[in-house]
Design a protein around this ligand. Structure first.
Ligand SMILES: [Mg+2]
Length: 106
């Protein structure tokens, strides 16, 4: 993970794009890329056949998420682990297993 974060940081630094990486812009970019991902499934009941296109957009979403972590000095692994801990408490296995209900409806 650390090498990946360094590579992303270097990519941004080389292009002097850090100046554009406010939380506002990065949050918007995450949503925009998520919509590009969703576009692959528009009007498709079975999913998308353009697997590479899906992978590319998924990578874009994750890259912007990691850029936001870099800009804010967040450790992405720590963030995800902490959120998984919260979700595990909200969705105990004995109540949530096999259910798609929201935690307050379990
Ligand atoms: Mg994209």
């Amino acid at each position: 993970m650390e090498k990946l974060l360094e590579r992303i940081d270097e990519f941004v630094e080389e292009r002097d794009w850090g100046q554009f990486h406010t939380n506002n812009n990065l949050a918007k970019s995450i949503v925009l890329e998520a919509n590009e991902l969703l576009e692959h499934f528009q009007f498709s009941a079975k999913g998308d056949n353009d697997e590479q296109g899906v992978k590319d957009e998924l990578a874009d979403v994750m890259t912007y998420c990691l850029m936001m972590c870099i800009e804010n000095g967040y450790d992405p692994i720590e963030l995800i682990n902490l959120k998984l801990d919260k979700n595990a408490a909200k969705y105990p296995v004995d109540k949530a297993r096999g259910s798609n209900k929201k935690y307050n409806k379990l």
